[in-house]
Write a protein that binds this ligand. Structure first.
Ligand code: GAL
Length: 198
């Protein structure tokens, strides 16, 4: 048998499944080897076969929102959020991601990313409890009822954001990424995974 899976994600939380189920099929070359990589990430083990693409969803238990996780960033880090809006766009759902410089989550936010599904995306920072200059885009390539995958790359000069593989936004650093201590992902979404790569 040889594995034909691409990649699987499951949380390290103890009540969640600890077994990885893979699509396998019989090969005439029963001794053929395959590589299976198990990576220990910030909030999950990631199991993959080399060269495989990561699927958006694996039918896994959802992360509760608000999803809060300690976070330290450096240049080259990447945060990947997989989920779906849990309301139809006619009900104006939102997604919010905050990279906070304090663990209370209110005083300092180095990067605030707020999606008004079907309408616009707003990005901003919050310094000394004051919202700064808001950057807004009307390009919102999320689809009603469909899963999404948001990547936030920490580049030297900005956060670079892709939605479902499309590079869409940039937000120049106002506070150093190294000042970020905590991440919060919340509002009207169901989350299947939140991963941090260094
Ligand atoms: C405000 C909103 C805040 C934040 C900010 C961003 O209107 O109340 O939660 O999204 O905009 O500029």
């Amino acid at each position: 048998m040889w594995a034909t899976c691409c990649a699987y994600h499951f949380s390290k939380q103890p009540y969640l499944p600890t077994q990885v189920s893979m699509a396998v099929e019989k090969s005439p070359h029963v001794r053929e080897q395959f590589d299976l990589h198990i990576s220990v990430l910030a909030n999950e083990y990631q199991v993959s076969t080399p060269g495989a693409r990561s699927p958006s969803h694996c039918g896994l238990p959802e992360q509760e929102v608000p999803y809060i996780q300690p976070l330290s960033l450096c240049f080259g880090s990447c945060v990947i959020i997989r989920g779906r809006p849990n309301l139809s766009f006619v009900n104006d759902p939102q997604l919010q991601v905050d990279f906070c410089t304090d663990t209370d989550g209110d005083s300092g936010i180095a990067f605030h990313f707020r999606v008004y599904f079907g309408h616009c995306v707003v990005m901003n920072s919050r310094e000394c409890e004051v919202w700064k200059w808001e950057e807004k885009s009307d390009h919102v390539p999320f689809q009603d009822g469909m899963p999404f995958e948001v990547h936030i790359y920490v580049r030297h000069d900005e956060y670079q954001i892709t939605i479902n593989g499309e590079r869409v936004y940039g937000f120049g650093h106002r506070l150093p990424p190294s000042s970020v201590k905590m991440m919060r992902v919340w509002r009207d979404v169901s989350l299947s995974s939140v991963s941090v790569y260094y």
